[in-house]
Write a protein that binds this ligand. Sequence first.
Ligand SMILES: [Zn+2]
Length: 262
Amino acid sequence: MHETARASLDVVARHLDHVLRTNEIPDYPGAMNGVQVEHDGPITRCAVAVDASLRTIEAAISCNANLLIVHHGLFWGGSQPIRGRIFQRVRRLIAHDIAVYASHLPLDLHPTLGNNALMARALELTTSTGFAHFQSIAIGVMGDADVETVTLAARCDALARREGGQLVAVGATPQRRTRRWALCTGAGASSDTVRVAAAAGVDTLIVGEGPHHTAVEASELGIAVLYVGHYATETFGVRALGEEIEHTFGIPWTFVAAPTGL
Ligand SMILES: [Zn+2]
C-alpha cells in the first residue's frame, strides 16, 4: 500500500512558474499565465487539457482532479461579467474545489516541455533555431531536413487524426522535397510568419491553423503549408506538464481530450 501523494497549489505553481519562466515570458493580456483560480487543496490529481471549457471542467470533475492545467485559460475573451457559461465554469470549479493553472506562450516555446519542441520531435525533425517571434521571443522552431514533403504531410496527418482532427496540406506535391522547415503551433500562420519563412529560406511551413490568405501568399512564394489543426498541435505541452508534476511531486494526472476538429 502506498500513501497518496499530495502537494499544495502554492508549491506546485511555484515549481511550474520557475520551470516555465512564467514571469519573464511576454504574452497576450488574456493569457493570464499562472494560477487563475485557487482552491482549498491540497492537490491530489491533475487534469490537463488544451482549453479551460465547461467540457474540460466536467471531465476534471469526473476524474476527481482538483487542479486543471490548461494552455488556453479562462480569460481569453478579456473582462466579461460572470454570467451564463462563464458563471457555469466558475461555479463548477469552486463547487468541486478545482484550481486552474494556465500556461500559454511559456508552454509553447519551452525547449523540453513546449508544444513546438515536442511536436518537432514527434515529426522526426531536428530543430536548429527559433522561428516566429512574439515581441523579442521566438515561439516556434525551424531546422533543415531532407524528406519528401508528402512524407512529412503523412506524419502530420497521423498526428492530427490521433487528436481528432485532420491535416489540410497546401502545395505538398509528389516528389517535392522539404529541405528547410519551420513550425509554429496553434494559430501559427499569418502574413507575418509566411513573410519571415520566405526570408529564412523555409520551403515548408507547419502550423496549427491560419487564415485562407496565408495559403494564397505561401503558394505564390513556393512554400508548402501543412495546417495540422490548432487543437492537435497544442496537446503536447499540457501532457508534458502532467508528466512533470507526476515526476516531481508524485501526483497522478489525466489528459482530458476535448477536440474541436479545428
Ligand atoms: Zn493556441
